[in-house]
Design a protein. Structure first.
Length: 447
């Protein structure tokens, strides 16, 4: 593999892995915020315990996701300085805002939520987690603003061989970003819904003592999954208006349309290069002779699209079967075949979001910024040996992180909620009103 292939593979590995953590984090945050709101309004003990239990799983996934997210920031500077040089004036601020929101505001308030049990007023504690949830949305939005500009560059013009921002509102309201934001948020709710339903079904199948707890949790998951799938479909339809025509021509295998679009893209690209005097963004002129093709690779585009659509159909079928069954207390408690199905369906949303991500990103190749900057031009001047080393290191690191995350989630999920009326989150059982009960912090790992 040459340097470009190695850099693309490395970014695909890290971005795809990070996306798995993000999907569950965004969806779980929403459901936990809603459950805690009900617990705060009604003082429901079972909903408070649900908040603690699912919150514990959320924190595990969040922490692991932060580690993978850090790598994403460094990769832009290490392997893709041509992209930063050419278009950093436009979307650099969006990535900076994402960093401020995710790594400062969101993590700070999550810390307040973790250590605020029993210390903050219940309304303040609820408000803290809603801030966590809303900043998670904001973080996703800023990332998709940057990605949306790469998919559909608007609000900027070429000047001196680089892009300059001319209309911030157009960048922030880019249809390619807004529709993708809605699509990702809906997919995250589906992932969280299937996760809740699958974990709850596992406990119900094993006939654990927490029947009421997991009966409620299963219904929340099931009744979240189906509307989430409907929203995924709706935003997916809206996204068609911003999808590059070449992407769908390749997905459908329309050879005549592919050739027509390739010729148009070649002419437009030559005109762009002539308008900047052959400045070529960061890497100098890149004539068409240097471009192997202006057509995306068919295999990943078609495989990603088929996986996304096929898994969507399977999840829709599971949800349509599950909703009426969830209305029956007898089925919720005793239909073991359905419990097995729900548990087995937990990975489906994550595989589907990866398929959709591959379709979206591989389908715009060979462009880093659609029609303006090729991926080859965006690449840093790095020796292949260095990229081979970093790719091997990241592969081992991310495989370990995924394995540890799955193990910790499975362990915490199998453990189940803390006993009703017992110490919160495994904290020492201290006498009510003692100074230790008031002042001893709850351990972050078990809060």
């Amino acid at each position: 593999m040459d340097t470009l292939d190695l850099a693309r593979l490395q970014f695909a590995l890290t971005a795809g892995t990070h996306f798995l953590f993000v999907a569950l984090t965004l969806g779980l945050a929403t459901l936990i915020a809603v459950v805690q709101t009900r617990a705060t309004l009604t003082r429901s003990a079972v909903h408070e315990r649900m908040t603690r239990f699912w919150g514990r799983l959320y924190v595990i996934n969040y922490v692991m996701g932060i580690v993978t997210g850090l790598v994403m920031e460094f990769q832009l500077g290490m392997a893709w300085n041509g992209l930063s040089h050419f278009s950093g004036n436009v979307f650099g601020a969006a990535l900076a805002m994402e960093t401020l929101v995710a790594f400062f505001v969101e993590s700070t308030f999550l810390g307040l939520w973790i250590f605020g049990w029993g210390r903050l007023n219940r309304w303040a504690h609820l408000a803290v987690f809603w801030v966590v949830t809303l900043t998670a949305y904001a973080s996703a939005y800023w990332v998709l603003v940057a990605n949306g500009f790469m998919q559909n560059p608007v609000g900027a013009e070429l000047s001196g061989g680089v892009l300059r921002l001319t209309d911030a509102a157009a960048v922030l309201a880019n249809p390619a970003a807004l529709t993708a934001f809605g699509h990702v948020m809906a997919a995250s709710l589906v992932a969280a819904g299937f996760f809740l339903a699958g974990v709850s079904a596992h406990h119900l199948r094993r006939r654990t003592a927490e029947q009421e707890f997991f009966r409620r949790s299963l219904r929340i998951g099931v009744f979240t999954g189906l509307p989430g799938l409907a929203a995924v479909l709706a935003f997916g339809e809206l996204s068609f208006s911003t999808v590059q025509p070449m992407k769908w021509a390749v997905f459908e295998g329309d050879a005549a349309e592919i050739e027509r679009l390739r010729a148009e893209a070649a002419a437009a690209y030559e005109a762009v290069r002539e308008s900047v005097g052959g400045a070529g963004g960061a890497g100098g002129p890149a004539g068409l002779a240097d471009l192997a093709d202006l057509v995306p690779p068919a295999l990943p585009v078609q495989a990603g699209g088929i996986a996304m659509l096929g898994l969507f159909g399977v999840m829709a079928l599971v949800s349509l079967v599950s909703v009426p069954l969830a209305l029956s207390s007898r089925a919720v408690r005793g239909l073991r075949a359905w419990h097995v199905l729900l548990t087995a369906a937990v990975p489906l949303p994550f595989a589907a979001v990866l398929g959709g991500w591959v379709l979206r990103e591989a389908g715009r190749q060979p462009w880093a910024v659609q029609g303006l900057l090729t991926t080859e031009e965006a690449l840093s001047d790095l020796p292949p040996g260095l990229l081979r080393f970093s790719l091997a290191a990241f592969t081992v690191l991310f495989a370990a992180l995924v394995a540890v995350n799955v193990w910790m989630l499975a362990r915490a999920a199998r453990r189940g909620p803390d006993p009703a009326g017992g110490p919160a989150g495994g904290a020492p059982d201290l006498p009510s009103g003692s100074s230790a009960a008031r002042d001893e912090p709850i351990p972050a790992v078990v809060f």
